[in-house]
Write a protein that binds this ligand. Structure first.
Ligand code: GLY
Length: 234
C-alpha cells in the first residue's frame, strides 16, 4: 500500500540514468474511483518521491535490473519504465515496461533541457556515462481528454474545436492520441483523444494553466478528470 510513482530511466546496457519522477492517474473518475484506464493525466515531479526513495530506487531496483539483464546476456538499451509503489517498507516494483509511459512522457519530456536526440544517440553508442542530462527547474501537468464512455464503449468521429486557440497560449502543448485529420477537420478516433500539458514554476500553477487550456477545447461527450495533480498540491 502506498502512492504510485513512475520512474523512467535511460539505459545503454550498462549505465542507467533515471528521468524526473511523475505520477499517473489510472482510474477514470475523480478521487481514483471507477475502472482502470490507460491513464487520465499526470504530473511531474512527485513531491513525496523523496531523496531517500530516489537513492533506493537507483541502487536497489534500477541498477540491479539492468545488471541482471546484462549478466543474462540480454543487454537492455532504451527506456526502462519502473512502476513503483512507495510503501512503508520502501519502494516496491509493480511493473516494468520496456518503453516510455503514457501519459507520464507528456509531463517528463517538456521538462528536459538536454536534446533528446543526443541522449538517444548516447544510448545507441553506449556513452550515457559521458552525457550530463539536464532538467528544467519547473513542473508540468497533463490532463487527458477522453471520449465519453471510455474505458467502456464510446463513439468516434466527433469534431474537435479550440485547437487553434490553444496554439496562441503560452507554456502549453497539445499531444494528439485518439484523433485524426479528416476533410481538414480534426476528429476523435479513440478513447483517450488529447493530452493537454502545461508547465509553470509550481504544480498548482501548472495545473491551473492546463485546465485553462482544457476549457478552450470542445468535442461532443468530452470527458476529463477534474482532480489531476490535486494529491501533489495537498
Ligand atoms: N501510464 C501507464 C503506462 O504507460 O503503462
Amino acid at each position: 500500500e502506498g502512492e504510485e510513482v513512475s520512474i523512467l530511466a535511460f539505459c545503454d546496457g550498462k549505465t542507467v540514468i533515471p528521468m524526473v519522477s511523475s505520477q499517473d492517474h489510472k482510474k477514470i473518475f475523480d478521487n481514483d474511483q471507477g475502472p482502470n484506464t490507460g491513464g487520465m493525466g499526470a504530473y511531474s515531479p512527485v513531491p513525496f518521491y523523496l531523496d531517500e526513495f530516489k537513492k533506493r530506487v537507483l541502487e536497489e531496483i534500477l541498477k540491479p535490473t539492468v545488471e541482471g539483464l546484462q549478466s543474462e546476456g540480454r543487454e537492455y538499451k532504451g527506456v526502462l519504465y519502473a512502476g513503483l509503489v512507495l510503501t512503508k517498507e520502501g519502494p516496491k516494483v509493480l511493473e516494468f515496461n520496456a518503453r516510455f509511459g503514457d501519459p507520464e512522457t507528456q509531463v517528463i519530456l517538456p521538462r528536459l533541457k538536454t536534446d533528446l536526440i543526443d541522449i538517444l544517440n548516447a544510448v545507441i553508442e553506449e556513452t550515457l556515462h559521458k552525457i550530463n542530462i539536464e532538467w528544467k527547474n519547473n513542473t508540468a501537468v497533463c490532463v487527458v481528454l477522453a471520449s465519453g464512455g471510455y474505458p467502456g464503449k464510446y463513439q468516434k468521429g466527433k469534431v474537435i474545436s479550440g485547437l487553434e486557440r490553444l496554439k496562441e497560449m503560452e507554456d502549453i502543448i497539445v499531444f494528439h492520441a485518439g484523433s485524426k485529420l479528416q476533410d481538414n477537420k480534426v476528429i476523435t478516433s479513440g478513447g483517450r483523444v488529447l493530452g493537454i500539458t502545461a508547465w509553470d514554476k509550481t504544480i498548482s500553477k501548472a495545473k491551473e494553466r492546463a485546465y485553462k487550456g482544457v476549457k478552450e477545447i470542445y468535442f461532443e461527450d468530452m470527458y476529463y478528470r477534474k482532480d489531476i495533480a490535486v494529491k501533489a498540491i495537498k
